[in-house]
Design a protein around this ligand. Structure first.
Ligand SMILES: [Zn+2]
Length: 290
């Protein structure tokens, strides 16, 4: 049986990271699954609350589970950024493999208290479920932002990370280490890249020894991503890059066939466009040549 916990623990030894890609339709799921299968690497599918609402909580679970079982392939499902116990428990009951319980907007002590309770509640629904907690500020929204938010005050300290991991019993920590959700318009144009605080990642890893997730990976400098994984990042989230590729592929499919109305003749353009991103990101996360 394929278990997410085992796949995650494996990355602590191999120095590779698991790619986490958000989906909101079958085009994105197809692109993510095809890419992971082509490269024979495990993969995490993410669904944030907007994405879960659009696709249906039970329906996403059924889709991902059917791929895992039919192909005996390590593809797993994460409920990305649940902001309440009710939302997290709904996903756990539906059969998600992992839950990001994110009350990082609350003061630290309150975040600790609520996260600890959430971990207990979620494990009582499914003992094998993997729960991720978040401290620090990494902004909101996997969209195109005009201006960079000032997240410098919200960076995670190694001391806070250690205290948080120990007092909540979370399985994975999502720290703020220079990453942010979404991309700047200049990043979409390829003019600028996000940079990460590699030393901080290494210090947090040393202090906690915990599994670490990097959120908001879109638009990040490739070399920084390699160094971040070497410093102890186990999972990297990419969403906005896929959304940009999805739109471009769709536009391309429509523009090159202006009179076409058959979805399965138009949508493969979007699948291919997204695959271009997912294959290249998975290669980097798994230490394969570009
Ligand atoms: Zn995130």
């Amino acid at each position: 049986m394929l278990v997410l916990r085992d796949v995650l623990d494996e990355t602590q030894k191999t120095g590779k990271a698991i790619g986490h890609f958000n989906i909101s339709d079958l085009v994105l799921l197809k692109a993510v699954f095809d890419s992971a299968r082509e490269l024979s690497v495990p993969v995490l599918v993410g669904a944030s609350s907007g994405e879960r609402k659009f696709m249906g909580v039970d329906q996403i679970v059924a889709l991902v589970r059917s791929l895992r079982e039919e192909f005996n392939f390590p593809i797993f499902l994460n409920a990305d950024h649940t902001h309440s116990r009710a939302e997290a428990e709904e996903a756990a009951k539906a059969g998600f493999d992992a839950i990001v319980f994110d009350v990082s907007a609350l003061p630290f002590e309150e975040n600790v208290r609520q996260t600890k309770e959430a971990v207990e509640a979620l494990k009582s629904i499914n003992p094998a479920i993997v729960v991720e907690g978040e401290i620090g500020d990494i902004g909101v929204g996997s969209e195109i932002h005009e201006k960079a938010p000032d997240l410098s005050k919200g960076l995670t300290t190694p001391d806070d990370a250690k205290r948080y991991v120990e007092s909540t019993a979370i399985d994975i920590l999502a720290p703020a280490v220079g990453n942010m959700h979404g991309m700047l318009a200049s990043m979409v144009r390829g003019e600028t890249r996000k940079r990460l605080d590699i030393a901080r990642i290494a210090e947090i890893k040393t202090a906690t020894r915990a599994l670490l997730t990097l959120h908001g990976g879109s638009g990040t400098d490739d070399e920084d991503l390699r160094k971040a994984i070497a410093a102890g990042i186990n999972v990297v989230h990419i969403n906005t890059e896929l959304r940009v590729a999805w739109r471009r592929g769709l536009e391309d499919g429509l523009a090159t066939q202006p009179h076409e109305v058959v979805p399965y003749k138009i949508l493969p353009f979007a699948v291919e466009s997204v695959k271009h991103v997912t294959v290249s990101r998975l290669r980097l996360f798994n230490g394969m040549p570009a």
